[in-house]
Design a protein around this ligand. Structure first.
Ligand SMILES: Cc1ncc(COP(=O)(O)O)c(C=O)c1O
Length: 450
């Protein structure tokens, strides 16, 4: 009956109301290219409303001026060097600024470092791993040695892109295990694993799990002591935009002799929207020539060393905006506030009986990693707490810590929009979640006993 009615009363697709149009009663195309067009307001509303179930990033992430620059340059492809030379120059400026921030050597007042913008740290890491592999291969071939079994040393707490890089480029992963009390690489174990087939060691400045900084200096010094020139790549996806401002005396970057390459994400603490990362090499000698493509494109010769070819200019421009708008003082102010908030959150969670797994006081990222402690005496786990918090709109994910550490954990990443008062609300809601879960647990026990 309903079907018949709708047949009789179906209005034309030209109705002015999106949800009165025939498109609202059809599935959104998900398999095949639609045969016909759809009015623009209908397409817009249907997509916008469909996305409503996504989480909501805070609106004040980037300033209006940065958003305007993004919108004004969103149709520029930075690979067209001939057409967009100023965007290309902006990329070079960002690379130079980062190279100097990361203490790359200089010659005649110019940095020796080279680099490229990428889509994120993952792409940057792929490139850095390829460069380390190729350099190792070239050296071994020149010495008439076997090149069939390259290996890469890293902690078992690496982000998945390292496992990807190892698998894609056929490199053995030599893992230094995390333990139930150490969630970062052990420098001695790492350096003990070095052999003639080692292409490099990865050290993380701000691990994904706990935000802790791995001891890059410790690894570097051990290598130097043992007379090893094994390259270190620092995965500074998050820490690269935090440590130089909050903890400037920390030695982790090109100031250390064996650090040959560094990646950093612009879209984490670089304060740009997703789609931007940076790869930097200490000097051109660490990026073998055979990885650099000299292409003749749109009338000019260009050097190209990315996995992708086309690349949007807009996020490079937004990164440059953030650098010159905020300067060192602005980044320091923001990162220090985030660190203070993270410290406050840690102290509140610790008072609730949680075990804090992250470092405070700027010795790690503004990330709070925590797990349920024995004095809380509960049977439910971190996944239950995380799910309960979802009911109040918080996304505080629970994870299994790196396999060998054998534990669950939760992680709150403190970002720009997470003010002290939002932090207070989160603490309040964590208290509420714990209470609700304990009450349910008691009820379940009583039911079971009855
Ligand atoms: C330590 C670390 N490395 C690499 C990545 C990958 O970064 P991206 O998302 O920019 O590719 C992440 C992302 O979480 C990370 O935490």
């Amino acid at each position: 009956m309903a079907g018949q009615l709708s047949k009789h009363f179906r209005v034309s697709s030209r109705t002015s109301n999106v949800y009165g149009s025939r498109f609202a009663s059809q599935h959104m195309p998900s398999q095949y290219f639609p045969e016909e067009e759809m009015p623009k307001d209908v397409a817009y509303r249907m997509i916008k409303d469909d996305l409503i179930l996504d989480g909501h990033p805070m609106l004040n992430g980037q300033e209006e001026e940065a958003e305007k620059l993004i919108a004004e340059s969103s149709n520029k492809n930075v690979v067209d060097q001939e057409e967009y030379p100023k965007s290309v120059e902006t990329e070079h400026r960002c690379i130079n600024i980062l190279a100097n921030l990361f203490h790359a050597p200089t010659e005649n007042n110019e940095t020796t470092a080279i680099g490229t913008a990428c889509i994120g740290s993952s792409e940057a890491i792929m490139l850095a791993v390829l460069a380390m592999k190729k350099r190792w291969q070239n050296a071994r071939e020149a010495a008439g040695q076997d090149t069939s079994s390259p290996n890469l040393i890293m902690s078992s707490g690496v982000q998945v892109c390292w496992e990807k890089a190892a698998r894609y480029f056929e490199i053995e992963e030599k893992l230094v295990p995390c333990t139930s009390t150490r969630y970062v690489i052990d420098p001695v174990q790492a350096v003990d694993l070095v052999d003639g087939n080692t292409i490099g060691i990865c050290a993380i400045l701000g691990t994904t799990y706990t935000g802790q900084y791995e001891d890059v200096k410790g690894i570097n010094n051990l290598l130097v002591q043992r007379g090893l020139d094994t390259p270190i790549h620092v995965d500074a996806a998050s820490g690269g935009f935090v440590a130089p401002f909050v903890n400037p005396s920390l030695e982790w970057d090109f100031a250390l002799s064996n650090v040959v390459s560094i990646n950093v994400s612009g879209h984490k603490y670089g304060l740009v929207y997703p789609g931007i990362g940076w790869a930097l090499w200490r000097s051109s000698s660490y990026l073998p020539d055979d990885l650099i493509f000299n292409i003749h494109y749109l009338g000019s010769d260009q050097l190209n060393f990315t996995l992708n070819f086309s690349k949007p200019a807009s996020h490079i421009i937004a990164q440059y905006y953030q650098m010159i708008r905020l300067g060192k003082r602005g980044y320091t102010a923001i990162m220090t506030n985030l660190t203070d908030t993270a410290d406050y959150l840690s102290s509140q969670l610790s008072a609730l009986g949680f075990i804090i797994m992250s470092e405070g006081s700027g010795d790690g990222l503004p990330v709070v990693a925590f797990r349920l402690g024995p004095e809380q005496g509960v049977l439910f786990d971190e996944f239950a707490v995380s799910a309960k918090l979802r009911e109040r709109g918080w996304i505080v994910p629970a994870y299994k810590m790196a396999a060998d550490a054998g534990m669950n954990m939760m992680r709150a990443v403190v970002r720009e929009e997470f003010s002290r008062s939002r932090c207070e609300s989160l603490v309040c809601d964590i208290r509420w979640a714990l209470k609700a879960l304990v009450e349910r647990e008691v009820l379940n026990v009583q039911r079971y006993q009855a």
